[in-house]
Design a protein around this ligand. Structure first.
Ligand code: FNR
Length: 389
């Protein structure tokens, strides 16, 4: 047996952050781990979990805990998945292919980002993910060809992100040299030189073996390169996106349609009314609006007010117990973002595999300690918010 690598010594998801920080150029690390503006929404996401706790039951036979769940007719091993994250190929080589393969192997969902720098067809062929997240422009002539391309590639669940009418302001990342489009600078070059392993494995090798990173999935055709000066204009036009476009999209797209970034019960009801299949209650992990409520605080209200809509969740999930708190408040599936990207940065495939195993174990261990064997037994376990009875 080979000795465990450093990344395998991580005991929980938060342990990947310092490991990733040592491997990544500062600008990229701050972009991944960071947030919009002052980080107020991100902190609220984390705090919403910390201020809630369960009342466990004891002396229940929990020798057969099983966290399995079923969403859109598909069985998953546990109620969590990997959230869509753009630019991942700048964090670890072939990161989205790796996510797709490891998630499939663990029987978990992974949503491929529309801002991925790897073509969606390539990820679809290499892995087994059938979830694609699109950034849709408010322009019919560009929506339809993109939908046709996603359909042709064989994806069956289209996730449209709706909380990005304009780009959030990532001041922390910008202060360390990260901008979109990427602008080469002496500081960035120096950061690359001080991380030679990253420079070779992630950047230079990918430039030598294939084309420069492009936003491949924004359009029917090849998208603009990450260095394009007209990037914002080319992939923009989202500020005019409205319910009208989603209604048309619903008529055109025959697969499952999910809206990601819904934070209000009226918006969730509207989605239900026009035939959307699911929503992800999310504030983009505090990377867009910085004066919003924690996403967990809105979950229960939304889940209570819809009937047929599948309610999913993301934002600030770092522990198996966080996943279970979101399930208790009405989420059928919970997505985790930053920790998986940081695990990929820290240890590529081994890092992601280890992060998935840690999360799966935490979930079943917490279920046993709560006194339940299956996710539908939560009724008997109260979840209390600090200061409220
Ligand atoms: C994201 N997120 C995101 N969401 C999306 O719909 N499309 C995207 O391309 C991206 N890109 C992206 C890049 C990076 C580096 C991060 C960290 C996040 C948001 C993501 O899907 C998810 O909503 C949050 O990451 C969830 O919060 P946590 O788990 O990171 O706290």
């Amino acid at each position: 047996r080979r000795p465990p690598r450093l990344v395998e010594q991580a005991l929980c998801l938060n342990d990947f952050e310092p490991l990733a920080e040592r491997k990544l150029p500062r600008a990229i690390f701050k972009y991944v781990a960071g947030h919009a503006e002052d980080g107020a929404t991100h902190r609220r996401n984390l705090k919403s979990f910390a201020e809630r706790s369960f009342i466990p039951n004891v002396l229940v036979d929990v020798s057969k805990t099983d966290a399995a769940t079923r969403i859109f007719g598909v069985d998953y091993a546990s109620p969590f998945g990997i959230a869509p994250m753009g630019f991942s190929r700048l964090v670890a080589p072939d990161c989205d292919v790796l996510f797709a393969q490891e998630a499939a192997r663990a029987r978990l969902p992974f949503i491929l980002s529309g801002a991925s720098l790897t073509r969606l067809e390539e990820v679809r062929q290499a892995g087994a993910t059938s979830w694609f997240q699109a950034y849709i422009p408010g322009d019919e002539t560009r929506i339809l060809p993109l939908v046709e391309r996603v359909e042709r590639a064989g994806f069956d669940t289209l996730v449209v992100t709706v909380d990005t009418a304009v780009h959030g302001q990532h001041e922390l990342a910008a202060r360390h040299g990260f901008r979109s489009p990427v602008r080469p600078s002496a500081d960035l070059a120096w950061q690359g030189v001080t991380r030679p392993v990253w420079l070779w494995r992630v950047l230079l090798r990918s430039l030598l073996t294939r084309n420069a990173p492009h936003f491949e999935n924004m359009d029917a055709e090849r998208g603009p390169p990450v260095f394009s000066r007209t990037l914002v204009r080319d992939i923009g036009l989202r500020s005019s996106l409205s319910w009208r476009h989603i209604e048309r999209l619903r008529q055109r797209w025959k697969g499952r349609l999910v809206l990601k970034g819904v934070m209000s019960a009226p918006d969730a009801r509207m989605a239900e009314k026009i035939g959307v299949d699911g929503v992800i209650v999310s504030n983009h992990g505090g990377r867009q609006i910085d004066c919003a409520q924690g996403s967990l605080d809105l979950l229960e209200r939304i889940a209570d007010q819809v009937d047929r809509l599948t309610v999913m969740f993301d934002g600030g999930v770092r522990r198996g117990s966080d996943v279970l708190k979101a399930v208790k408040l009405g989420a059928q599936l919970v997505f985790v973002g930053r920790p998986f990207l940081l695990a990929a940065a820290a240890g590529d495939r081994v890092g992601v595999e280890h992060a998935i195993a840690l999360m799966k174990d935490e979930i079943t261990r917490t279920m046993a300690l709560l006194g339940i064997n299956r996710l539908d037994e939560f009724e008997a376990i109260p979840l209390i918010r600090d200061g409220r009875g």
